[in-house]
Design a binder for this molecule. Structure first.
Ligand SMILES: [Zn+2]
Ligand SMILES: [Zn+2]
Length: 161
């Protein structure tokens, strides 16, 4: 998990129909209780969904830290046996990833695509906790010679973390 100096961040989709706010309630100083985990995913599903060679996202802790500011909500679809993904129905921006596994068996996961966070929160030293991921997952699906050589600073996992 990564510390941040922000108490809250805002973001949304490209067309602006969907806006959200995330309030961080966990302490950045407590390594067991961080407000989010910033990660990079090399999996082929994230690649297809985003249209980019990899996906940046932040996993919220707790998953309920998000508040929708707009009346519009992401449209959702089941992307695998374990997750659904949300996007803007007007402009198509990728916004969310949420586990659909039994929450009594698997810890619930709610992730926001980092690229949907407003620019001002991703800039400079203050924004690095959000924009500079600490782990990367599904590295065995990375594009050899291209994305597998990026992000030397981030811990690597072959599959899911
Ligand atoms: Zn939109
Ligand atoms: Zn992925």
């Amino acid at each position: 998990m990564s510390p941040t100096t922000f108490d809250a961040i805002e973001g949304g989709c490209l067309c602006g129909d969907i806006r959200y706010k995330v309030t961080f309630t966990k302490s950045p100083e407590d390594p067991q209780n961080q407000p989010f985990l910033a990660a990079i995913c090399h999996c082929t599903q994230c690649r297809k969904e985003s249209g980019a060679l990899l996906m940046h996202f932040i996993i919220l802790n707790p998953p309920t830290a998000i508040e929708w500011l707009s009346s519009a909500r992401p449209k959702e679809y089941i992307s695998s046996y374990k997750a659904k993904r949300g996007f803007c129905g007007s402009c198509g921006s990728s916004l969310t990833y949420e586990s659909i596994l039994d929450p009594h068996v698997h810890a619930p996961v709610f992730a926001l695509m980092t690229g949907s966070i407003d620019q001002k929160y991703l800039q400079g030293e203050e924004g690095k906790a959000l924009s500079k991921a600490s782990i990367q997952v599904w590295c065995d699906r990375a594009v050899k010679g291209v994305t597998d050589e990026l992000f030397e600073y981030a811990e690597r996992h072959a599959g899911n973390a």
